[in-house]
Design a binder for this molecule. Structure first.
Ligand code: ADP
Ligand code: ADP
Length: 231
């Protein structure tokens, strides 16, 4: 059984001229521990799919299941905070007034203090910033901030990690290096993840499976090797 399954989902936006369908019968299945990528040009619907998986976008048809539980269909949408989905955004959006450690511990406020501190330290190590807990976001480089954002998303051990164009604000050299690092971090954490990007390089550097999107659906789903080597 797949860990994440999107079964022929449809999503429409209300516009002044009527409902506009932007996702049309899109399906995918991702096994636990795999990293999937939605690759496609701006406007093809990538962010809309992520928002639906988070629970911010109702479906007009189809269903989304996460570890066997239906989280969205045309009649029901489980609230976002109950889905155990962690998100990393394009613009990192760390809390500027909180230290790095408090940013990472933000989703762990229900844990006792010792357990929280231990988990934060574990994550700082995982993302290669063991000394950075006392710093503030503005003291870190863009790449370091993005690794902190990843640590924050992974801290509560989410069922699913979503990454929305996480490298697009970084310069090209850093982007390539960070993409490989982020893949290693996600694999170490044992997380299941979906990344969306318009950048082929990122998709190839990170993903186990790539879904090529066009006009609101996946037109091809394959591993990077097969996609690269096809005629
Ligand atoms: P991508 O992430 O691939 O750039 P999006 O999911 O953001 O694509 O957008 C898919 C399509 O839906 C685009 O044509 C976009 O203009 C449209 N769209 C996105 N959000 C809304 C909205 N809130 N209302 C109406 N149309 C929207
Ligand atoms: P874009 O900047 O790509 O057009 P949006 O501003 O529509 O995208 O949303 C950015 C991302 O943030 C989406 O993938 C959405 O799922 C996610 N998002 C929006 N609000 C929240 C929230 N309160 N908690 C977690 N994720 C959120």
């Amino acid at each position: 059984q797949p860990h994440l399954q999107l079964d022929r989902i449809h999503i429409a936006y209300d516009t002044p001229t009527g409902a506009q369908e932007v996702i049309s019968g899109l399906s995918l299945a991702l096994a636990k521990g795999q990293i999937g990528c939605l690759l496609g040009p701006s406007g093809c619907g990538k962010t809309t799919v992520l928002r639906a998986i988070c629970g911010f976008e109702p479906l007009s048809g189809g269903a989304i299941t996460l570890h066997g539980v239906t989280v969205s269909d045309a009649r029901y949408s489980m609230p976002p905070e109950k889905r155990k989905v962690g998100v990393v955004f394009q613009d990192y959006a760390l809390f500027p007034h909180l230290s790095v450690a408090d940013n990472i511990g933000f989703g762990l406020r229900k844990l006792p203090r010792d357990a929280r501190q231990a988990r934060v330290q574990e994550l700082l190590g995982l993302v290669g910033l063991p000394q950075a807990g006392g710093k503030y976001p503005h003291e870190l480089s863009g790449g370091q901030q993005q690794r902190v954002a990843l640590a924050r998303a992974l801290a509560p051990a989410p069922e699913l990690l979503l990454l929305d164009e996480p490298f697009s604000n970084l310069d090209v050299d850093l982007r390539e290096r960070l993409a490989t690092e982020v893949r290693d971090i996600i694999k170490h954490a044992g997380a299941t993840a979906i990344l969306v990007t318009h950048d082929q390089f990122e998709a190839f550097a990170i993903a186990d499976e790539i879904g090529v999107m066009s006009n609101g659906t996946i037109v091809q789903w394959d591993d990077p090797y097969n996609l690269y080597h096809q005629p």
